[in-house]
Design a protein around this ligand. Structure first.
Ligand code: GCV
Length: 682
C-alpha cells in the first residue's frame, strides 16, 4: 500500500529541465519582459478616463530638493507620462487647476501652509494624507506626510489609483503602516549565489548594476518595504570586514532615498574569525568591546544602519551555546553594541537541537519561552510562521502569543523553497492570511497572530516582519512571473495584514497584466486557487516534508544520513498500518504548546481540521474520514485532484492568449506546462 502511495506522490511533480520558451508572432500588445514589475505605467486606453485624469494631473509640484524629493518627482513624472501619454511638467507652484503637490511641511511651504501638521504627526513619518483640496484657490491633489518617505509612499499610492482606474476627484485618504519594520531578508552569499534563490544570482554581490538596484528600491518603496538584510543568515564572517562594509555602504547609498535601510546578517563567531580574539563568549568583556567597536565602525559608514539578524546555534552555525550561554546572552551583547546608534537585533528562533526534544516542532518553543523577558529592549525574536520550516501548510508557530515580553518579528518565505521553487504558479497571500488570521487565544478568543506581530495584543512598542526574498538577476526578477505577485503581496501585507488576498491580487493583476475585467477575473481565480491546488498534490491532509534534499521533488522514501529530522520518513512515519506524526498527548505532545481550546480540538482526530490531520495524528490507512471515505482514499483523491487541477491551470491560462503580451504569456505557459507534469515545451 505504501509503495503505491509513494508512486502517486512522485507522479504529480514534473522533474525535467525547463527548456526554451516558444515565441509566436502576430500579436499587437507591447512586448514585455516583466522587468518593469507592477510599475509598467502603460498608456490608459480608455479615452474618457484619460481625459478626466489629465484634468486632475496638469503639473507636478515637489518643492523639496533632497534625493527622496527627487525620487518622488521622478516617479510622479514617469508614471503620469506613461499612463497619460503626456509630459506633465514639474513646476514650483500651481498655476492652474490640477497640480499634484507632494512633500512634507518642512520641505514644502505650500504643504506647511495647509495647517495639517497635527494630523500628519499622528500618521508618523511613513504615513500620509492623500487629499483633493484647494491650494491658492486652485483645485489640487496633495500628497503630504511628516516624513519624506511617507510622501514617497503616498506618491506611489496616487499612481496606483491611476493604474487601477480609480477616480481621482474628491480624494480623502489617510494611511499609516501597521508594522514598523518591513524587511526583506536576502539569503545572498558574497560570491553571488543565493541560498534557495531561483531567479538568478545576487543583485549586489559581488558587484552591482546601480540602475537595477535603484529599480529594486523603487519597487520596494511602492509597497512600503523599509529594510533589506543584504546577506545570508548563514553569514560569512567577512560580511563584517572593512572592505565588505564599504560595499554595504554603497548599497545603502542607493537604497536610502527610497526609505530602505540596510541591515546585515552577523556571524556570531566574527570576533574570533575576523578579530582574532580567542573566544566569542558573549559574557567576555573583550567580546563585548569587539562588537561595540564593530557597531561604531558600521555606523560611521552607514549612519542609518538598521541592525543585525543572527542565526545562532542552528544548522551548524556558531552561537552563545558553544560557551554554555543562552540565546539571550548572545543577543544582548550585540544589542548593547547597537543600542547607542538606534540599531536592533533580530535573533532567529529557527533552532531545533535534537537534544531538546525528539519532536523537531517542539524545540524552539522549549528553548525560547523561558527566555521571555531576558532580552534587551532592542531585540526581536524572529520566528518563522510555522514550527517546522516553510511547508506549504503549517499550523502557526506556538511561540506567537507565548512570549508577551519580547517583540516577535514574523519570518515568511517569499522564495518558494518548498513550494515548487520558480516553476509552479503559487500565490502565497492566502497562506500568509491563514497565518495572520489564526487565533492564538493568547488573551482569549480574538487574539490573532496579526495582533501579536503588530504589538497591539500585548502592548508592545516594536513590531516587524521579514520576508525571505525571491529576487535575483533574472530579467523578470523572480523567475516565474507570478513570483512577482508574492513579492508584491508580502509588501502590502507587511503594510497592513488586514488586507485581503483577493484585493491584493486585484491590484497586482491590474498593474502587471491589464485591466480588462475578464482578464482580471481569470487571473484572479487562478491565483486564489493556486496555493490549495499545490497543497493538494504535495501535502494533502497535513502530511508534510515529503521531499528530497533539494526540497523540490517529492521523495517520501528520503532518509537523510546527516539528520533524522531532515528525512521524509521522520515526518510521515508510514508503515503497512498507519501514516502521520502523532503529536497528541499520547504522542509527542506538541499540541500542548498551543492554548486551549486549540490543544483540545487538535488532540482528537474527529475535531482536527482535515487540513492538519496528519500533522497532529498518526492514523490507520482505513481510518474513516468525515467524508465517509477511508484515509487512503482521501489521500489518493487529493493527490489526483491536485494534479488534475494543476493541469487545469494551464488550460485556464491558455484562455488568455492574445489578451496579454505573447512573451510573458508563453513564459508563464511553459512553467504551467511543467507544473502539470507534462513534457517540456519546445
Ligand atoms: C538559510 C531551511 C533552509 C535553509 C535555511 C534555513 C534557515 O533549513 O533549507 O536553506 O538556511 O531554513 O532558515 O536558516
Amino acid at each position: 500500500m505504501t509503495r503505491s502511495w509513494r508512486s502517486i506522490v512522485c507522479r504529480v511533480a514534473g522533474v525535467s529541465a525547463l527548456l526554451a520558451i516558444g515565441l509566436t508572432s502576430g500579436v499587437h500588445l507591447r512586448a514585455e519582459t516583466g522587468s518593469e514589475l507592477w510599475l509598467r505605467y502603460p498608456p490608459l486606453t480608455d479615452a474618457i478616463q484619460r481625459t478626466a485624469y489629465r484634468r486632475s494631473v496638469t503639473a507636478i509640484v515637489v518643492q523639496g530638493r533632497s534625493p527622496t524629493s527627487e525620487a518622488i518627482a521622478a516617479e510622479l513624472g514617469r508614471g503620469s507620462r506613461g499612463l497619460l501619454a503626456a509630459d506633465i511638467p514639474r513646476v514650483d507652484r500651481p498655476r492652474s487647476d490640477g497640480a499634484v503637490i507632494a512633500g512634507t511641511p518642512s520641505t514644502s511651504p505650500l504643504i506647511a501652509a495647509l495647517g495639517w501638521t497635527d494630523a500628519l504627526a499622528r500618521l508618523g513619518d511613513e504615513g500620509y494624507l492623500l487629499r483633493s483640496t484647494k491650494v491658492g484657490g486652485r483645485a489640487a491633489t496633495v500628497i503630504a506626510s511628516s516624513g519624506e518617505t511617507g510622501a514617497l509612499y503616498g506618491a506611489f499610492h496616487f499612481l496606483r489609483l491611476m493604474q487601477m482606474g480609480q477616480p481621482l476627484a474628491r480624494l480623502d485618504l489617510a494611511e499609516r503602516p501597521r508594522l514598523e519594520r518591513r524587511l526583506l531578508n536576502h539569503w545572498d552569499n558574497l560570491d553571488g549565489s543565493i541560498e534557495r534563490g531561483y531567479a538568478g544570482r545576487s543583485l549586489w554581490w559581488p558587484e552591482r548594476d546601480e540602475g537595477r538596484l535603484r529599480d529594486y528600491a523603487r519597487a520596494n518603496a511602492s509597497i512600503g518595504i523599509n529594510g533589506a538584510v543584504i546577506n545570508s543568515v548563514n553569514a560569512n564572517p567577512r560580511s563584517l570586514s572593512a572592505p565588505l562594509l564599504e560595499q554595504s555602504a554603497d548599497i545603502a547609498r542607493v537604497l536610502r532615498p527610497y526609505g530602505i535601510r540596510v541591515y546585515l546578517a552577523a556571524n556570531f563567531a566574527a570576533p574570533k574569525m575576523l578579530g582574532s580574539l580567542p573566544t566569542d563568549d558573549p559574557l567576555e568583556a573583550a567580546v563585548a568591546a569587539w562588537w561595540r567597536a564593530k557597531a561604531d565602525e558600521i555606523y560611521r559608514l552607514i549612519p542609518d544602519f538598521g541592525g543585525f539578524v543572527v542565526k545562532a546555534n542552528s544548522e551548524g552555525q556558531p552561537g552563545p551555546q558553544d560557551y554554555g550561554r543562552t540565546h539571550a546572552d548572545g543577543a544582548n551583547v550585540l544589542a548593547d553594541a547597537l543600542a547607542p546608534h538606534g540599531g536592533i537585533v533580530m535573533w532567529r528562533a529557527f533552532v531545533y537541537d535534537a537534544n531538546v526534544d525528539p519532536d523537531r516542532v517542539k524545540r524552539a518553543y522549549k528553548e525560547f519561552v523561558p527566555l521571555d523577558g531576558r532580552f534587551r529592549d532592542n531585540v526581536f525574536a524572529q520566528v518563522k510562521n510555522g514550527p517546522l520550516d516553510f511547508q506549504p501548510r503549517e499550523p502557526f508557530h506556538p511561540l506567537f502569543g507565548a512570549m508577551p515580553k519580547t517583540p516577535l518579528m514574523a519570518e515568511l518565505q517569499i522564495t518558494q523553497e518548498y513550494l515548487g521553487q520558480a516553476n509552479p504558479l503559487v500565490y502565497l497571500a492566502p497562506m500568509w492570511k491563514e497565518f495572520f488570521d489564526a487565533d492564538t487565544y493568547a488573551r482569549g478568543p480574538g487574539s490573532p497572530v496579526a495582533r501579536v506581530i503588530d504589538g497591539t495584543l500585548e502592548g508592545k512598542r516594536r513590531s516587524g516582519i521579514a520576508g525571505v526574498a525571491n529576487t535575483g538577476r533574472d530579467v523578470n526578477w523572480t523567475g516565474q512571473d507570478f513570483g512577482q505577485a508574492n513579492w508584491y503581496a508580502f509588501g502590502r501585507l507587511a503594510w497592513d495584514p488586514g488586507l485581503s488576498a483577493g484585493a491584493i491580487a486585484d491590484e497586482w493583476i491590474r498593474m502587471t497584466w491589464g485591466r480588462d475585467p475578464g482578464l482580471v477575473a481569470t487571473i484572479r481565480s487562478i491565483m486564489l486557487d493556486s496555493r490549495e491546488i499545490f497543497v493538494r498534490y504535495t501535502m494533502p491532509l497535513g502530511l508534510h516534508h515529503l521531499i528530497g534534499g533539494d526540497h523540490y521533488a517529492p521523495m517520501p522514501e528520503n532518509r537523510d544520513p546527516r539528520r533524522a529530522d531532515w528525512s521524509a520518513t521522520y515526518y510521515h512515519r508510514a508503515d503497512a498500518l498507519a501514516v502521520g506524526y502523532d503529536r497528541t498527548r499520547q504522542g509527542s505532545g506538541a499540541l500542548e504548546q498551543y492554548r486551549p481550546p486549540l490543544r483540545e480540538v487538535w488532540n482528537d482526530p474527529a475535531t482536527t481540521p482535515d487540513d492538519l490531520l496528519l500533522w497532529f495524528h498518526r492514523l490507520p490507512w482505513d481510518y474513516r474520514m468525515k467524508s465517509g471515505r477511508t484515509l487512503w482514499d482521501e489521500l489518493v483523491l487529493a493527490y489526483n485532484r491536485g494534479a488534475d487541477e494543476a493541469k487545469g491551470l494551464e488550460a485556464r491560462w491558455s484562455s488568455l492568449q492574445g489578451k496579454v503580451d505573447e512573451e510573458r504569456y508563453q513564459a508563464v505557459r511553459a512553467r504551467l506546462h511543467r507544473q502539470a507534469g507534462a513534457p517540456d515545451l519546445h
